[in-house]
Design a protein around this ligand. Structure first.
Ligand SMILES: *[C@@H]1O[C@H](CO)[C@@H](O)[C@H](O)[C@H]1NC(C)=O
Ligand SMILES: *[C@@H]1O[C@H](CO)[C@@H](O)[C@H](O)[C@H]1NC(C)=O
Ligand SMILES: *[C@@H]1O[C@H](CO)[C@@H](O)[C@H](O)[C@H]1NC(C)=O
Ligand SMILES: *[C@@H]1O[C@H](CO)[C@@H](O)[C@H](O)[C@H]1NC(C)=O
Ligand SMILES: *[C@@H]1O[C@H](CO)[C@@H](O)[C@H](O)[C@H]1NC(C)=O
Ligand SMILES: *[C@@H]1O[C@H](CO)[C@@H](O)[C@H](O)[C@H]1NC(C)=O
Ligand SMILES: [Zn+2]
Length: 728
């Protein structure tokens, strides 16, 4: 069976090949080389001819692939099961996790490396920023400090804020007003927004400016299930009752109050505008003055609330402009709010605050949290303390990135990945040039946008300099002798201030300096900047390694880069121009064709049911990610062909009867190998903007003609269907 895939896959006729790369001269030599290569494979000399790479890196790569794949599965039936079958069979999800993947393994490794550095004792001559990290990590780790006093501290704070009704015997409804409560929160470090979200965003019509934005809140599970009999709604209810009781509430009061609260949350969730209702960015752009807000949604004292949000950095007046993302939501909220009991609102606000603080309260609270996350995520254990303390320390993202780059990252990688990125981008440009369904005007603008797209690779150079980091944290003082919760609140105040300070300033370009987290595994396209970002963490392990064959790199990091580039041209990204401003640069007829093409993807993904959770994919919510997945892999593949055109085909891997092109696909699938608990998967499918990993492999691969050819899958087989959806 293995032979079949090794032998027949590289049969390209010249005309097939011409579609893929541009310079025809290279092309012929390449094909010639391939023919020779096929002969070698055909004579079954694979393991003995020397056309197998036997370097240490190749052996390790082969071993890793062998650990993942399940050779008993036919790649033409189900490529994910083929490429990740053994990973899934052999991976055991530890109690504190709901999912384990190639991505989470790399993330864990980095966190462990960083911990090693942060556990070291203080040195007097350490930079301030490094000391801050150590203070956070070490105080967070000192559990002897997590005692009763912490609870007393929070109780006292709540009392100062007017008292949490569920605790108070004679809570005075008449004396309460939620605006005043929120107003008083401004100096505490507690959460400041409740019924809606407030943020300083980039102005989508002028990406060099910031704009204060209000939008609907994100709600938890209660939102989606709505049914009081639902397991998750019940779990939430029970959890909140127990938390209130632990905090000192009388059980009977807690039971009635929390029931009331859940009803309220369900009603609030009913006001939310859905993705289907708001499916373009123009709908989200409604700048208005605060005066207009006060007039249109008069049950909310906007000026006072927004100013308490901005305290102590900024101050607005009635003429100032803010953006309202979902006016429909705020209209409904305006009529809904006056009908809500004050007691319910107060309970809602206090519980929201408390839920943010649970991790800092005594152990009884952790036990309740654990019961809850068991039901919601399927975890059996909370995250180990050291790890949650690492993520706490990572709130100083600039300082932690600086340390990460300085001590743990091979800086020569940056240059190497930048080269690869250029290749993939060039390959996307070629795709654009060849696309038949775009009118010339739109195509020209699209090419300009792609050319103007910048790539940030590894880390911003500013991150290397000690003095930049020191400057950034100069104002932050943390006292290592205080309870950790106080340090946590100081940190919240600090990062809030940093966010607010941007409001009147021009957007700093590159924006990356503000927000890069080099230690977190991920990659981004930022539409408002028209840039792709590839943090250092994703440039290692199975994503990229300069010393292994390039087919593995193009399949892995190449695919990720292709994915991010394609985001610039998905259903959201297409609404931004080359400078990151929301402007419709598409001719109407080309938008119509684009929509037909994307509808094909919507239908294709919606057609799938995930048997173990009996849920269907939401093809609309995941559309932009699906477009990026489908485009990304093709661009990466073409990028690889281009690389082959300039170089020669590298040898295969030991012990694996697959051609370089087949290994490209295997490497591409391997980065998505994931094993998850059912509960996690449910949550992922309900809320996520990405399709589950299985579909991120299977669907884009089956939509690509190259895949079917490389594995010689009969037309009409599951991985090579007759009807393929194609946008890019
Ligand atoms: C933990 O905190 C307590 C109280 O502040 C302190 O006495 C103790 O020395 C700390 N332990 C460590 C290991 O730092
Ligand atoms: C964007 O805002 C900046 C700063 O206010 C201004 O100078 C520029 O002209 C604006 N650009 C557009 C396209 O409105
Ligand atoms: C919840 O379950 C109870 C008893 O099983 C039933 O009477 C009630 O109608 C159910 N409520 C909803 C909203 O389904
Ligand atoms: C406020 O109301 C006016 C008149 O109905 C409407 O034109 C405007 O769009 C509304 N603004 C917001 C932000 O809701
Ligand atoms: C919080 O910050 C203030 C002022 O910046 C500082 O005096 C205080 O010691 C800090 N508290 C803690 C617990 O770090
Ligand atoms: C959905 O699935 C059905 C049955 O498997 C198939 O006939 C149909 O073509 C699929 N539709 C799409 C859009 O893939
Ligand atoms: Zn994406």
């Amino acid at each position: 069976m293995d032979d079949r895939f090794a032998l027949k896959s590289e049969k390209y006729s010249c005309s097939d090949y011409k579609k893929l790369t541009k310079p025809e001269k290279c092309l012929l030599t390449t094909v010639g080389f391939f023919v020779i290569f096929i002969i070698y494979l055909g004579s079954n000399l694979l393991a003995t001819t020397g056309h197998v790479c036997m370097t240490e890196k190749c052996i390790r790569s082969a071993a890793h692939i062998l650990e993942n794949i399940d050779k008993t599965i036919d790649p033409c039936d189900d490529f994910y099961k083929f490429a990740c079958g053994s990973f899934i069979k052999n991976t055991i999800i530890p109690g504190d996790k709901a999912t384990v993947s190639t991505v989470s393994n790399t993330r864990d490794k980095i966190i462990l490396q960083l911990m090693n550095l942060f556990e070291e004792p203080y040195h007097d001559n350490d930079p301030h920023s490094l000391n801050l990290i150590k203070i956070i990590y070490n105080s967070c780790m000192n559990t002897t400090k997590f005692r009763k006093e912490v609870l007393e501290f929070v109780k006292k704070e709540f009392k100062n804020l007017g008292g949490w009704p569920v605790l108070e015997h004679n809570w005075n409804e008449r004396k309460f007003d939620w605006e005043n409560l929120v107003y008083r929160l401004k100096t505490t470090g507690f959460r400041r927004t409740f019924l809606f979200r407030v943020a300083v965003d980039t102005d989508s019509k002028n990406s060099s400016k910031h704009i204060l934005t209000i939008s609907q809140p994100s709600m938890g599970y209660v939102v989606l299930n709505r049914d009081y009999n639902d397991t998750l709604v019940k779990a939430t209810y029970n959890f909140l009752v127990e938390v209130a009781v632990l905090f000192g509430a009388d059980r009977a009061t807690a039971v009635t109050d929390i029931k009331d609260l859940i009803d309220f949350e369900i009603e609030l969730a009913d006001l939310l505008v859905s993705n289907e209702e708001h499916n373009n960015i123009f709908q989200d752009y409604n700048p208005s003055t605060i005066r207009e807000l006060q007039r249109n949604y008069s049950s909310i004292p906007w000026l006072k609330l927004l100013n308490s949000y901005l305290f102590p950095v900024d101050f607005l007046d009635l003429g100032d402009t803010i953006n309202v993302m979902q006016p429909e939501f705020f209209k409904k909220l305006d009529t809904f709010l006056p009908k809500v009991k004050k007691r319910t609102l107060a309970n809602f606000i206090f519980l929201r605050i408390l839920r943010d603080l649970l991790a800092y309260l005594p152990e009884e609270f952790t036990k309740q949290s654990l019961k809850y996350i068991k039901i919601v995520f399927g975890k059996n254990d909370v995250m180990p303390r050291w790890k949650s303390c690492m993520w706490e320390a990572a709130r100083l993202h600039f300082a932690v990135s600086h340390i990460h780059i300085k001590y743990l990252f091979d800086k020569s990688i940056k240059q190497k990945v930048t080269k690869l990125t250029t290749d993939i981008k060039e390959s996307f440009l070629n795709t654009l040039r060849q696309v038949k369904w775009m009118d010339p005007k739109t195509k020209k603008r699209a090419i300009l946008k792609a050319k103007n797209m910048k790539s940030y690779v590894g880390y911003p150079d500013e991150f290397l300099e000690d003095k930049n980091v020191e400057e950034y944290y100069r104002d932050l003082q943390l006292n290592p002798n205080e309870h950790y919760i106080k340090i946590h609140l100081n940190l919240s105040k600090f990062s809030h201030k940093k966010k607010i300070q941007k409001l009147r300033k021009l957007v700093k370009k590159p924006y990356w300096v503000e927000q890069a987290r080099t230690y977190d595994v991920g990659a981004f396209y930022v539409p408002a900047e028209n840039t792709i970002e590839l943090p250092a963490a994703v440039l290692q392990d199975y994503f990229f390694d300069p010393d292994r064959p390039q087919y593995l790199n193009y399949g892995a990091i190449g695919q990720i880069i292709g994915h991010e580039i394609t985001h610039g041209f998905d259903n959201d990204g297409k609404q931004y121009d080359k400078d990151g401003n929301v402007i419709d640069w598409w001719e109407p007829e080309t938008t119509r064709t684009f929509n037909t093409k994307t509808q094909c993807l919507v239908d294709q993904y919606e057609n799938y049911t995930i048997p173990e959770i009996e849920m269907n994919l939401d093809g609309v919510r995941t559309l932009s990610e699906n477009i990026a997945d489908n485009g990304g892999i093709k661009i990466a593949y073409k990028g690889y062909l281009k690389w082959v055109g300039r170089n020669k085909i590298e040898p295969s891997l030991p012990g694996l009867p697959y051609t370089p092109r087949q290994l490209f696909w295997i490497s591409a699938a391997n980065i998505w190998c994931t094993k998850s608990k059912k509960e996690f998967l449910k949550k992922f499918v309900t809320f996520g903007y990405h399709s589950p990993k299985y579909f991120r492999v299977v669907v884009p691969f089956m939509n690509s003609d190259y895949f079917g050819r490389d594995f010689n899958c009969p037309l009409g087989s599951p991985m090579n269907p007759k009807n393929k959806c194609k946008v890019w």
